[in-house]
Design a protein around this ligand. Structure first.
Ligand code: DHB
Ligand code: MG
Length: 628
């Protein structure tokens, strides 16, 4: 299938859009009429630019309010179509996409619409062109692909074909089985779009919330299966109207689009064996079993501060890098790498961002295979020189220019601590009972949230949870989790449109998107918190009112609540499952640690998030709360 994208998906001018589309290695482009109307050049000049970058204009659209018009409008729409054919001739495009009529003046009737299309087909054919008909889900008379197909079938003209747009089909929940009996050569164009589940009118949903396949909740794979049953092998084009995409970087959104198509086609290949000859088969999604290490980029002073906090949290220095100013801090199954080297990636990262997480390493089944998959998905691989005898850990660029490393047992990368580090001491320290990384929370710009969602879900064998809306004193934060089936890897993506949320302020403090907090799991939070307090770690204070409410909201005993209150521990319960959370105070730059204890609990304590955010805000706001 030829892979294309509509100019409407991207921000920028027509030239910027075309350049981004070519850079993302698409074969074709759908030119939206408005992008041509606002282009400062002739259609022939647009054509030279498009073809000069190796792209083909697969369709010109949308041609609106065509079928079923009474006279005198009917004559006028045909005259308008002829003018568009003139433009298309100059543009080098032979397919006009017509979307179903929304005009109150239009008349219904399949037969009338079919007759109009027959005539349009005649006129198009005379000029060596074709037309394709799409049912908008809010079309006045035609809003179901089955009716659009009936119009095309009855138009009975070789220059008239059908457009299937996955959004319009899936948004209405239309039965997909009728797709299977449409002859593939009558489908002139397939438009792909996903969308989150939202309860709103089709038009607003479509114009603002569409997203790339895999970023939303529509059953795209079922649509592809039905399409595949026809034997369709033609034009597959992304058509996304999305406010965030319009505000985002055209280059990055275009790459996201291509990545989503590659994954969608690979998923189809996996399910049916239908291969796309021009697409290399993807390596399987990486089976992930947790975080091998978290790496901080620090300078000398930052190292002292961070190491003091790590010691307080019960970590012990367990290793010293053989050739760099890098140390390994360890507790339970958790490894924290403190990188204060004066050269290399972490050093540059520290210069830009200050003390911050510059890399995460994931435990996967096959590290080289994971990077191979990433490269096919148009992710950016990363390499830097390593010392003689040291391990070369495969990596790709992740959020905010940070790195995502992959460590496996299969190729021996899990020997890295023995190979690259000298042991600093025995393993006999007691620690504070922390035993694993529970989750890693990353804050990013609102406009790039779908980018990173797709980045992780396309590469790793993970699922996404529904987006949660969290109330911060400075605004609303959107929060979404990505997790493996067994919960061994949990990543949280946070973003906010308000500048005053903690999440947004972190972005400006850090000069970019990145890891804002890491949650570490303990099997006994009361004991862990006692130890932290004894070690001089200051925990985030939680208001009394919270505990008063906890007493009446839960069936915890007064004594239990008192213990939580004394330790500033937040609590949640879902059925028999329980969750306990405590937070360190925020460090310079806005980073903090969370301590959690899960008892069969699968969520993240969403009910407690506003309480925690308010407490953090009190501590960081310039104006102190009024004295009473
Ligand atoms: O929102 C619209 O008007 C519109 C236009 C063209 C399309 O292909 C489409 O799916 C929607
Ligand atoms: Mg469409």
């Amino acid at each position: 299938m030829r892979r294309a994208i509509a100019t409407v998906c991207l921000s920028g001018t027509l030239s910027e859009k075309i350049e981004a589309i070519a850079a993302a290695q698409f074969n074709g482009v759908e030119i939206f009429e408005n992008d041509l109307l606002s282009f400062n050049g002739t259609p022939a000049e647009a054509r030279r630019m498009i073809e000069g970058l190796g792209l083909e204009t697969i369709t010109f659209q949308p041609f609106r309010d065509f079928e079923g018009m009474p006279e005198p409008q009917r004559s006028k729409v045909f005259a308008r179509a002829e003018r568009k054919f003139d433009v298309m001739e100059e543009l080098g495009c032979d397919l006009l996409m017509v979307c179903s009529n929304v005009s109150p003046d239009s008349l219904g009737g399949i037969e009338r619409a079919a007759a109009d299309f027959h005539e349009l087909g005649e006129r198009a054919a005379k000029r060596g062109m074709r037309v394709a008909f799409e049912a908008l889900s809010w079309g006045r008379h035609i809003h179901d692909y089955r009716d659009a197909w009936e119009v095309v079938r009855r138009a009975n003209h070789p220059a008239v074909g059908l457009v299937l747009d996955s959004f319009h089909v899936l948004a209405r929940g239309t039965d997909l089985s009728a797709i299977r009996s449409i002859p593939a050569d009558r489908i002139f164009l397939v438009q792909m779009a996903d969308a989150p589940k939202l309860d709103m009118d089709y038009l607003s949903w479509s114009r603002h919330y569409r997203c790339f396949p895999g970023q939303g909740d529509l059953p795209i794979d079922d649509f592809m299966l039905a399409l595949n049953a026809t034997g369709f092998d033609g034009l597959l084009s992304l058509e996304i109207f999305n406010d965030r995409f319009r505000a985002g970087s055209a280059r990055s959104v275009a790459v996201d689009g291509h990545r989503s198509l590659i994954v969608t086609l690979d998923e189809l290949r996996r399910r049916t064996g239908a291969a796309s000859p021009d697409l290399p088969a993807l390596r399987p999604k990486a089976a992930c079993s947790g975080v091998e290490f978290v790496e901080f980029a620090v300078d000398e002073r930052g190292a002292v501060d961070l190491e003091r906090t790590l010691s307080g949290l019960g970590f012990r220095k367990a290793g010293i890098h053989r050739s760099k100013a890098v140390t390994r801090w360890r507790q339970g199954d958790i490894n924290i790498v403190v990188n204060a080297d004066k050269e290399g990636f972490a050093h540059s990262f520290n210069i830009t961002h200050g003390t911050s997480v510059c890399a995460l390493a994931l435990r996967v089944d096959d590290a080289p295979g994971t990077v191979e998959r990433a490269v096919t998905l148009l992710d950016q691989p990363f390499q830097q020189p390593v010392g003689p005898g040291e391990m070369n850990i495969p990596a790709v660029r992740g959020l905010g220019g940070s790195l995502l490393y992959f460590v496996d047992h299969k190729t021996g990368l899990d020997r890295l601590w023995d190979v690259d580090f000298q042991s600093a001491e025995g393993d006999d320290f007691t620690g504070a009972g922390l035993n694993s990384v529970d989750h890693v929370s990353q804050s990013m710009h609102y406009d790039e949230m779908l980018t990173w969602l797709l980045f992780y879900t396309s590469l790793l064998d993970v699922r996404k949870t529904p987006v949660q809306t969290v109330i911060d004193p400075g605004g609303v934060v959107q929060s979404q989790a990505i997790e493996t089936q067994d919960g061994s890897l949990r990543l949280i993506l946070n973003a906010s449109q308000s500048q005053r949320t903690l999440s947004s302020r972190f972005l400006s403090d850090l000069f970019g998107s990145g890891v804002q907090h890491i949650a570490l799991a303990t099997g006994n939070i009361l004991a862990t918190v006692e130890r932290l307090k004894a070690n001089g770690i200051d925990l985030l204070p939680i208001p009394e009112n919270y505990y008063d409410d906890l007493e009446v909201r839960t069936d915890l005993s007064v004594e239990d609540v008192e213990r939580l209150r004394a330790s500033n521990i937040l609590y949640d319960k879902e059925g028999a499952a329980e969750y306990f959370q405590a937070y360190t105070r925020t460090m310079e730059g806005g980073f903090f640690f969370e301590i959690v204890e899960r008892r069969s609990y699968q969520g993240y304590g969403a009910v407690n998030a506003p309480i925690r955010l308010a407490s953090q805000t009190h501590l960081t706001s310039v104006t102190a709360p009024p004295e009473l």
